[in-house]
Design a protein around this ligand. Structure first.
Ligand code: PLP
Length: 412
């Protein structure tokens, strides 16, 4: 960091300001976390310099014998951690991992069946603004209006009607566990490839806190930076029969040179995830999300599906008469970082939204437990229902006390 300060004080200032922002507020974005200093060290290493197109032992560049070790260690750790036949750690992001799956199994115009974005899916699951909706025939399923959980009957009916080549489950705002066996059965009934986009919950799987999709899916894609707590990036694990196809789709079809520093950081993260400490963490993430959700429900924010089994909750704020957009802004003013989120069948446009999404990965990494979740629920409730700058300043001061007692990163 000394070198950065000397060469570029402006960007060094940005880095320090961001650290202050992270430490100074409550980070409740469900897709974020505080990765470890060990992961950050690998990310900031000279492995960034190396071109290594190809895979360990079969590269298109010389001098890859050292980075080969990092990638092979990472692959072996991922396979062991998830009980998978094969792993590819090269996708630069979760979206890239998903793109590779489309590239491996589909031709342009082929049909894909996935959860709609407003019901909890992801952009890459068939929205019109993404490659997935532009280049493929995307059909969407959603949630049952009564339970607000995935409507498996609808998934089955749409699969039979449209005969997708690719069936996707997983998403960005699904608080409940997914029935992977049901998706496998539906995929088999129409001869579809089953992809589980586990970006959000793969950390809970790694920590053995929820059931794994790996035995059911042809391919599981994920990001490495959410509950998993690794570097920002993507990865996939798959059945042996799909390994060669998927490897070719990641490189050379969709990407060029792999980010070897990020791959090494993924390897570090997988080793961290194989510990009992991480398993305790994963269980606590869920307990904290449940405690936070029940506190918010008591304050009049209705949890979509009635609660959560995972690290995130979606809260419907219509009962409070506050939009998701206003709630996000009021929380921001109070030092609480969360995001507005559409709820299923939301009457408001996505830029306004009727809900917010909260997640427990970051605050759990900070060592907070159920008592702190009750306090956070109270702070959120006060922030959301107040339009008064002085009240927000008061809440911000209380947030400051709470996070000071649970620092995100050691000072120094
Ligand atoms: N899939 C899901 C379910 C996600 O939630 C996300 C990101 O939030 C992605 C894919 C994309 O990951 P990335 O932002 O790394 O491209």
């Amino acid at each position: 960091f000394d070198a950065l300060q000397k060469v570029d004080p402006e960007i060094a200032g940005v880095v320090l300001d961001e650290l202050d922002r992270l430490r100074g507020g409550l980070q409740l974005i469900a897709s974020e976390n505080f990765t470890s200093p060990a992961v950050l060290a690998a990310l900031g290493s000279t492995l960034s310099n190396k071109y290594a197109e190809g895979y360990p032992g079969r590269r298109y560049y010389g001098g890859c014998e050292v980075v080969d070790r990092a990638e092979q260690i990472g692959i072996d750790r991922a396979k062991a951690l998830f009980g998978a036949d094969h792993a590819n750690l090269q996708p630069h992001s979760g979206a890239n991992a998903n793109l590779a799956v489309y590239g491996a199994f589909l031709q342009p115009g082929d049909t894909v069946l996935a959860m709609s974005l407003p019901h909890g899916g992801h952009l890459t699951h068939g929205t019109k603004v993404s490659f997935s909706g532009k280049w493929f025939n995307a059909v969407s399923y959603g949630v049952d209006p009564a339970t607000e959980n995935i409507d498996y009957d609808q998934v089955r009916a749409l699969a039979l009607e449209h005969k997708p080549k690719l069936l996707i489950c997983g998403g960005s705002a699904i608080p409940r566990l997914i029935d992977f066996a049901a998706f496998r059965e539906i995929a088999d009934s129409v001869g579809a490839i089953l992809m589980v986009d586990a970006a959000h919950f793969i950390g809970l799987v790694a920590g053995k806190a929820i059931p794994s999709p790996v035995p059911y899916a042809d391919v599981v894609t994920f990001t490495t930076h959410k509950v998993l707590r690794g570097p920002r990036g993507g990865a996939l694990v798959c059945k042996a029969e799909h390994a060669a196809k998927l490897d070719k789709a990641v490189f050379p079809m969709m990407q060029g040179g792999p980010l070897m520093h990020a791959i090494a950081a993924k390897a570090v993260n997988f080793a961290e995830c194989a510990t009992t400490e991480y398993q305790d963490y994963a269980r606590q993430v869920i307990s904290n999300a449940q405690a936070l959700t029940s506190g918010l429900a008591d304050a009049g924010m209705r949890p979509v599906t009635g609660g959560t089994d995972t690290h995130l909750a979606l809260l419907d704020l219509q009962g409070l008469g506050v939009s998701g957009r206003d709630a996000e802004a009021r929380c921001d003013a109070s030092g609480i970082v969360l995001n507005k989120n559409a709820i299923p069948n939301d009457p408001a446009p996505p830029s306004v939204a009727s809900g917010v999404r909260v997640g427990s990965p970051s605050v759990t990494t900070q060592g907070m437990r159920e008592p702190e979740m009750a306090r956070i629920a109270d702070l959120i409730a006060r922030a959301v229902t107040s339009q008064n700058a002085a009240a927000h300043a008061e809440i911000r001061a209380e947030v400051g006390e709470l996070v000071a007692a649970h620092p995100a990163y050691p000072r120094g």
